[in-house]
Write a protein that binds this ligand. Structure first.
Ligand code: GDP
Length: 538
């Protein structure tokens, strides 16, 4: 469904709601300007009066919760949240993603819940390592990308060089939408090549843009008056002419299929081309997609509601042991109080107090549509990857699972606090922060993570939220593998290898191998068994 169809859908109908939703994330390398752009998108989307409040809210949260100190120290954002705002009849759901390379499980999962992404690049730096990694995840999941080249008010690289780099490194056609008029000390504004609108800075060249003027193409003499720098105008005209003729025009189909990226040059800090970017998202970004699922993909227009949990966050408010399951609606019209099945468990729940997240607030959601993200408070029943549906026969697929690469033994100081430690490890493992295994013999806790930063986050959070100090030390294990196969064989394996068997949070048996060599050797000796890197056979 797209905007052309939307105009035919009856207002208020499920089809119209779907056509008018854009659920997206921003991907970038730390410092490229994601936070600033987020603030400005919310501002241009009318969600906040004063830009700067995202950060302020962030800081308020940080003072509430000690573990957020880790974000401050390292200048990273460990949590992700959801922000909803509207512009020109389009509802935007912006999912924030943590940006640190050491801690990207959450980011990967969040990217399973979006339909498109905005890639922010620093004009002076071009494509950096984390941008590239995240781009690859988007490509794997067919998430189309709009590019925002930020900080053109500073000295940056040549715009054509940046376009070439995107095109070569990412194997994408590039379609310029806005183009800078000079950069750095020469910066005189941005020009929208499609709308023929020029955004001009204030006289002294500082601050946000001052004027937005429509002109009659790049040759319009009015532009000379507006810019007032003949040499720069000449350079701009030849660049803009080349950009419009030599580079691709925006082809919405090629963009949605992931072959092309529309490119905006702008400055988030100074508001240049943020509104243009939102217009582009509204016009071209895909509405809620068909969701991969078993036994068949779920179409957003299906009557029955289906949703999946892509993130669980515990203790958002340390005063309440609350736990929020971030849930993406895939199909149907959700209504508060609706009874949804937790597919595969035989359980169902009436969703009485679902939460919508706005820029500054949370609110009870009475209704939600495909593409929307609900926060469902619960006491640990909902897990990452769960399908919630009015149906009982559907399972959403495609959420990435990660094999832990780092296995560490938990060191507990105070033997009186074992209960708290158990509770904390259980909670954080359910949240998806780490995988926790308990060895059958010796009863050690082994924590498995993908990146070392997760270990620091665990230590800090357990101290802040459970008032226990833990540490980590080396473990003899190199790999944890779930054991799949015929029941009798699994049991035989377990009894013969009891010293290397642990249990996960659900008491499923896990084989702890001491080396990659041992794992291969064991797998060869037990041909009836599969040693899975994840609990599910995927
Ligand atoms: P994040 O780490 O990607 O979230 O980056 P931030 O939004 O925190 O920005 C990193 C730094 O770049 C901050 O000091 C911002 O003020 C600055 N910055 C962001 N956008 C711009 C811009 O358009 N122009 C300039 N000159 N600085 C910017």
């Amino acid at each position: 469904m797209d905007q052309a169809l939307a105009s035919k859908a009856a207002p208020g109908s499920l089809e119209a709601e779907i056509a008018n939703r854009r659920t997206f994330a921003i991907i970038s390398h730390p410092d490229a300007g994601k936070t600033t752009l987020t603030e400005k998108l919310l501002y241009f989307g009318g969600a906040i009066r004063l830009a700067g409040q995202v950060r302020a809210r962030g800081e308020r949260r940080r003072t509430q919760s000690d573990w957020m100190a880790i974000e401050q120290q390292r200048g990273i954002s460990v949590t992700s949240s959801v922000m909803t705002f509207q512009r020109d009849g389009v509802t935007f759901n912006l999912l924030d993603t943590p940006g640190h390379e050491d801690f990207s499980e959450d980011t990967y999962r969040t990217l399973t819940a979006v339909d498109s992404a905005v890639m922010v690049i620093d004009a002076a730096k071009g494509i950096e390592s984390q941008t590239l990694k995240l781009f690859e995840v988007c490509r794997l999941r067919d998430v189309p990308i709009i590019t925002y080249i930020n900080k053109v008010d500073r000295e940056g690289r040549d715009p054509f060089e940046l376009m070439d780099e995107i095109s070569e490194k990412l194997a994408l056609d590039v379609a310029p939408v806005t183009w800078p008029i000079g950069m750095g000390t020469q910066f005189k504004g941005c020009y929208n090549l499609r709308d023929n609108v020029v955004l001009k800075p204030k006289k002294d060249g500082a601050g946000a843009f001052d004027a937005e003027e429509r002109v009659n193409g790049i040759m319009d003499p009015k532009l000379d008056d507006l810019v007032g720098d003949p040499a720069l105008m000449e350079q701009f005209r030849s660049e803009a002419d080349l950009a419009s003729t030599a580079l691709s025009p925006v082809d919405p189909v090629a963009y949605r299929e992931g072959h092309l990226t529309p490119v905006y040059f702008g400055s988030a800090l100074r508001d240049f081309c943020v509104g243009d970017l939102l217009d582009g998202l509204g016009a071209w970004a895909p509405p809620p997609r068909v969701q991969p699922a078993e036994p068949a993909p779920v179409d957003p227009t299906e009557d029955k509601v289906t949703a999946f949990v892509f993130k669980v966050q515990a203790n958002m408010d340390p005063n309440h042991r609350d736990r929020i399951a971030f849930t993406r609606i895939c199909s149907g019209r959700f209504k508060r109080g609706m009874k949804l099945n937790q597919v595969g468990t035989g359980k169902s729940m009436a969703v009485q107090a679902p939460i919508f997240f706005f820029a500054q607030d949370r609110d009870i959601a009475e209704e939600a549509f495909p593409g929307d993200i609900l926060g469902i408070p619960n006491h640990g029943t909902l897990r990452v990857g769960d399908t919630l549906s009015e149906r009982t026969d559907v399972k959403v697929t495609g959420l990435p699972r990660f094999a832990p690469e780092i296995l560490r033994r938990v060191r507990t100081g105070d033997p009186m606090k074992v209960k708290q430690v158990r509770r904390a490890l259980h909670d954080l493992s359910e949240e998806g922060l780490a995988q926790v295994f308990k060895t059958r013999l010796g009863a050690d806790w082994i924590v498995g993570v993908v990146g070392a930063l997760q270990l620091d986050v665990m230590i800090d959070r357990i101290k802040a939220e459970y008032k226990v100090e833990i540490g980590f030390e080396g473990s003899p294990y190199a790999a944890a593998r779930w054991i799949h196969g015929p029941r009798d064989k699994v049991e035989e394996f377990i009894s013969k290898n009891s010293s290397q068997i642990a249990e996960d949070n659900d008491e499923s048996p896990v084989y702890m191998a001491k080396s990659a060599w041992e794992l291969n050797y064991t797998a060869e000796r037990w041909p009836d068994l599969t040693f899975g890197v994840t609990k599910e056979l995927v």
